[in-house]
Design a protein around this ligand. Structure first.
Ligand SMILES: Nc1ncnc2c1ncn2[C@@H]1O[C@H](COP(=O)(O)OP(=O)(O)OP(=O)(O)O)[C@@H](O)[C@H]1O
Length: 224
C-alpha cells in the first residue's frame, strides 16, 4: 500500500529531519505513529499522501513510485487516501453536510444524499447536518473531519493527532470510529503522542505501533 525504503526527508533542501525510514503500511492493518512533539509525525503523514516527496530513498504508494507520479497521478492517489488533518479546516459559510460532501464535488462525483445522511449518522452528526462549522464542539468538528476524510471511500485513512483537543470520552468515541473503519477493511494510520490512547485502542484492535526516535522510524515494543 505505502512502502518506504531508506527514505529521508529534509525541508527546503536542508538537513534531514527524517532518515533511513523503512516502512510498509500493510493493507487492512491499524497503525499508530508516535513520537515526541516536533519529531516529524505530521511530516511522515505528508509523505504518505505525497504532499511532500522524499529527498532520499525509494517510496511507492499503491504500487507507484511517488516521484514518477504526474499531477493527475497524485490527484488519483489522494482520492485513495482520506486525511484527518491536525487543524480541521472547514468552509465556515457552508453547512456541515456540504463541507463533508465537498471532496465529492471536487472529484466531480454526484452526491448520494442517502449515503451522505448515513455517513453523518455514523459519526453522530445527523442533528448537525445544517449547522455551520463554527457552532460545532471540538469532538463534533473532529467527527465531521473524519466523515469528510472518508466520503470518497478511501482505502487508507490517515489521522494526525485527531484527539489532540478532546477529553478522554470524546477521544475514545473518535477512536471507536477509526476502529470500526479498520474492521470494515480500511487501512488506518493514526499519529498521536498519547500513549494511553494507544493502549486503550489496542484493547479493541490489533495495532502496529511505529515510533519516530532520533529522526528515524522504529517498531515500538509490545508494552505499547
Ligand atoms: N513547512 C515546514 N518547513 C520547515 N520546517 C518544518 C515545516 N513543517 C514542519 N517543520 C519542522 O519539522 C519538524 C517536525 O515537524 P512535524 O510537524 O512533522 O512534527 P510532529 O511530530 O508532527 O509535531 P507535533 O506532535 O508537535 O504536531 C519541526 O521541527 C518543525 O518545525
Amino acid at each position: 500500500m505505502i512502502e518506504m525504503r531508506d527514505v529521508g526527508f529534509g525541508y527546503h533542501g536542508g538537513p534531514e529531519l527524517l532518515s533511513n525510514m523503512t516502512l510498509t503500511l500493510q493493507p487492512g492493518m491499524f497503525h499508530f505513529l508516535t513520537g515526541p512533539s516536533g519529531s516529524g509525525k505530521t511530516t511522515l503523514l505528508r509523505l504518505c499522501y505525497a504532499d511532500l516527496l522524499p529527498t532520499q530513498g525509494q517510496m511507492s504508494a499503491f504500487g507507484n513510485d511517488v516521484r514518477q507520479l504526474s499531477r493527475d497521478g497524485i490527484a488519483d492517489l489522494r482520492r485513495s487516501i482520506g486525511v484527518v488533518h491536525q487543524d480541521t479546516q472547514f468552509l465556515d459559510h457552508l453547512p456541515v453536510a456540504e463541507n463533508v460532501a465537498l471532496p465529492l464535488s471536487v472529484a466531480g462525483q454526484a452526491v448520494d444524499m442517502t449515503a451522505l445522511r448515513d455517513l453523518l449518522g455514523w459519526v453522530g452528526l445527523s442533528q448537525h447536518a445544517r449547522a455551520m462549522p463554527p457552532s460545532l464542539s471540538g469532538g463534533e468538528r473532529q467527527r465531521a473531519a473524519l466523515a469528510r476524510a472518508v466520503v470518497l471511500s478511501p482505502d487508507l485513512v490517515l489521522a494526525d493527532e485527531p484527539t489532540g483537543n478532546l477529553d478522554w470520552d470524546m477521544s475514545m468515541r473518535l477512536m471507536q470510529l477509526l476502529v470500526e473503519l479498520n474492521k470494515s477493511g480500511k487501512t488506518v494510520l493514526v499519529a498521536t503522542h498519547d500513549l494511553n490512547l494507544i493502549r486503550a485502542t489496542k484493547a479493541q484492535v490489533a495495532a502496529r505501533v511505529l515510533r519516530i526516535a532520533n529522526g528515524t522510524l522504529q517498531l515500538a515494543g509490545a508494552d505499547l
